[in-house]
Write a protein that binds this ligand. Structure first.
Ligand SMILES: C[S@@+](CC[C@H](N)C(=O)[O-])C[C@H]1O[C@@H](n2cnc3c(N)ncnc32)[C@H](O)[C@@H]1O
Length: 246
């Protein structure tokens, strides 16, 4: 059946925006359920790979409800989260206010600033950020290549780029089982908790159209980035692409 949310044509950006507007309120809950809570660990690994954070400037692209941006800020980075779906940003900003009022920030630390914007045309100058992260974001862009090039542009020389997303395991049997899980189980969660199975069938659909860890690593090299690495979890089910801007 055609997925109303995956559309490789000109409508792609509008469809993705519609999808995240629809699921924003349940997004965090379903993330926990579909990953058995593991997405928290994978995001912590992204932040650890970013290196020392106090006093650094960080940008989290496609920040959604703010998990990565809030963790970067909690660990001392001066952080901006950017997303193009206002309802995802509303959840992020509310979580930021709670985190600030609970005193979950280091001395002198600030809650992230959340801004509305398009990852493919970042509203920032060149060479600004020490750390640029993206979690489950590039796969959703009409042009993931432009999104990655934008991340590289705004990173300062020496800055680190980190991209977390679903991977494509090299082992065919494991990949088949995992794609089966995305095809059968995850849409059931979407139906039960969002009343929308297709929103969660979109994950596999978008992944099949995305080159995942190997393609992102090749593009990072093509963009002239250094120290290009892939960190894999669970045999490639989840991956972090990491690189440094020379
Ligand atoms: C799967 S969510 C990931 C959210 C968060 N990074 C996380 O790891 O939980 C993808 C996010 O990308 C955002 N997004 C998709 N296309 C975008 C674009 N062109 N510009 C900015 N944000 C975009 C969506 O609004 C959504 O919040």
């Amino acid at each position: 059946m055609a997925n109303v949310y995956f559309d490789p044509g000109d409508q792609r950006t509008a469809k993705v925006n519609e999808l995240f507007t629809r699921i924003a309120r349940r997004y965090d809950l379903i993330n926990d359920l579909q990953s058995f809570g593991l997405h928290r660990y994978w995001k912590r690994r992204v932040v650890e790979l970013a290196g020392p954070l106090p006093g650094r400037r960080a940008l989290d692209v496609c920040c959604g409800t703010g998990d990565l941006a809030l963790t970067l800020a909690r660990r001392g980075a001066d952080t901006i989260g950017l997303d193009f779906t206002p309802s995802m940003l509303e959840v992020a900003a509310a979580r930021g206010r709670m985190s600030g009022s609970r005193g979950g920030l280091p001395a002198g630390g600030a809650v992230p600033q959340f801004v509305l914007g398009d990852a493919q045309h970042l509203p920032f100058g060149d060479n600004l950020f020490d750390i640029v992260t993206v979690g489950y974001g590039l796969r959703n862009l009409a042009s993931w290549e432009s999104g990655l090039a934008e991340m590289a542009r705004v990173a300062r020389p020496g800055g680190r780029l980190l991209a977390l997303d679903f991977g494509k395991p090299g082992n065919r049997l494991w990949r088949g089982l995992y794609f089966g899980y995305l095809r059968l189980f995850v849409p059931v969660l979407g139906r039960v908790f969002c009343g929308d199975a297709r929103a969660y069938r979109y994950i596999l659909e978008s992944l099949l159209h995305y080159p995942a860890q190997e393609g992102v690593a090749a593009k990072m090299t093509e963009l002239g980035l250094a120290e290009v690495k892939i960190v894999s979890f669970l045999g490639g089910v989840m991956t972090i692409n990491s690189a440094r801007k020379p």
